[in-house]
Design a protein around this ligand. Structure first.
Ligand code: 9WN
Length: 485
């Protein structure tokens, strides 16, 4: 695997405490200069980088919750909150616990954790009035939320909070242990819901009814599914809120895509977000292989926590869920490419696009030969070893794909949070060397102090939102968690 050197973080000679410049602090997604070369990364020590990351999380903390980003995403997103808690656990166990509690307070009566928990004020579209989840029988009374879900990475956060509490000892240990024991059944209900409501036929594959549920909204993974979505109403507002903050529209989904996103929300609302009715009545129904892998590994991690709490029965149930999803993921692997594939459940067609979602087996494991092949692929020339990459990190879509778009959201850019998740999974499977290389490259990329949502893979230009909370959070974990070198 190609690893550029030297590492800007590790090799920074002078331990300069970085200051955030006017230019970087001014705007998220400040007017883009397409094709502009990024400025050289400032020298920054690991301690300086960690301090900046903590500062960003502090800045995005409303007290109520930590927003996913300061302006573009002024609410709490489900999987963002899990990553945020992972980062927070390194600096404040109580604050990490609060974040997870805020999410749990919005849990639906079915067990679903909603993809957005809205704050009282909103500068985001579609906001709580558009979602109007009060029409749903299962929606919580105490919080305004969206009516769909996101990948269930939360058990990883619970594990991290528990481990951090134990490492720190004293009151942190007591709090983390009490929190875990007290909330275990709520997390269990969430993973059970995924198994029951989103895999009703027990294929071992999580069904999604909106690209937003995957967390990879406009990835080429969903192009075939969206081809069947034909809005009968134009629900696009006169002004796209997101484009106020990311002014280069090529970095975001298009208007045509947004019309489909809003149409699906409308369809769900018509059936009052009833999970069975959504399956039949919404135009989009895909088996999401990456989310299935997250469900597998999440269930497994929660089962390990269950063991420690003496919850043997729940742990066995979670393990059987994990093996069902693992089998499902492995059943999708293409013998030709070695990548796992999503499936359009309306047409039965496999999705063959080479995206980061194809590495689902690296997350959940289950077949050593498949995992070994994926490790080679990941390090190879279509992915981290692509000769044009500025940093040797996996792009969201392979540059060899005809649908690759280097500046457009999930269609090409590198996502720091994905790098973290891949790295975490590699360590879990003992692939420490590759994990270490990805961590080092990612920290080098993030030494620009932009804490961007995603990066142009060839130039390293920061794109989308700046000061994104999960980007800051994973930096904290990487720098402050005791990892083997
Ligand atoms: C829609 C918050 C979220 C992430 C998603 C990412 C993006 C929202 C949007 O931002 O999605 O849910 O408005 O584009 O795709 O993964 O959770 O960071």
């Amino acid at each position: 695997m190609h690893v550029a050197s030297p590492s800007g973080v590790a090799a920074a000679a002078a331990p300069v405490t970085p200051s955030v410049s006017e230019e970087t602090s001014a705007e998220e997604g400040s007017p883009a200069k397409p094709g502009a070369a990024p400025t050289a990364a400032p020298p920054v020590s690991p301690a300086g980088l960690a301090a900046c990351a903590a500062y960003i999380l502090r800045g995005n903390d409303t007290g109520e919750l930590i927003t996913a980003a300061p302006r573009l995403y002024p609410h709490l997103w489900s999987w963002d909150a899990a990553f945020v808690a992972i980062g927070l656990a390194t600096v404040s166990v109580p604050r990490a616990v609060t974040e997870l509690r805020t999410l749990l307070a919005a849990q639906w009566r079915t067990g679903m954790l909603p993809h957005i928990v809205f704050r009282s004020t909103s500068d985001y579209y579609p906001g709580p009035d558009v979602w109007d989840c009060a029409v749903a029988e299962a929606a919580p009374a105490v919080a305004r939320t969206s009516g769909i879900c996101q990948p269930p990475v939360h058990a990883i956060a619970v594990r991290k909070v528990l481990d951090a509490g134990r490492r720190r000892g004293g009151a942190d240990r007591a709090l983390a242990e009490q929190f875990t024991a007290e909330t275990f059944d709520r997390w269990l209900a969430w993973y059970r819901w995924i198994g029951r409501a989103r895999d009703p036929q027990q294929r071992g594959l999580v069904e999604i009814y909106h690209g937003w549920e995957s967390g990879m909204d406009n990835s080429p993974r969903w192009d075939a599914g969206y081809a069947n979505v034909v809005p009968a109403l134009d629900l696009l507002p006169p002004e796209r809120c997101d484009l106020r903050f990311v002014r280069d529209a090529t970095q975001r989904p298009s208007d045509a895509e947004y019309r489909k996103y809003l149409w699906l929300v409308h369809q769900m609302k018509l059936v009052r977000f009833d999970e069975k009715a959504m399956r039949d009545r919404v135009d989009f129904r895909m088996a999401d292989v990456f989310m299935s892998a997250v469900a597998a590994v999440g269930s497994e991690v929660l089962a390990e926590v269950g063991d420690e709490l003496g919850r043997a029965e729940a742990a066995a149930e979670l393990r059987s869920l994990a093996s069902r999803f693992r089998r499902g993921v492995l059943s999708t692997v293409s013998p030709v490419t070695g990548l796992a594939r999503d499936r359009d459940l309306r047409t039965g067609a496999w999705v063959e696009e080479p995206t980061i979602g194809g590495f689902a087996p690296l997350l959940c494991g289950g077949d050593d030969a498949v995992v070994r092949r994926q490790l080679r692929l990941l390090a190879g020339p279509q992915w981290c070893g692509h000769p044009r990459l500025r940093y040797a990190l996996p792009p969201s879509t392979s540059p060899d794909s005809t649908r690759f778009a280097p500046r457009t959201y999930w269609r090409g850019p590198q996502w720091p949070v994905m790098n973290w998740l891949v790295c975490w999974a590699l360590r879990r499977h003992g692939a420490h060397e590759l994990a270490g290389q990805i961590r080092e490259e990612a920290l080098r990329q993030l030494s620009d102090l932009e804490f961007a949502e995603y990066y142009e893979p060839f130039t390293g230009e920061p794109l989308g939102s700046r000061y994104q909370s999960w980007t800051a959070a994973i930096v904290l974990d990487w720098l402050l968690e005791p990892y083997p070198s």
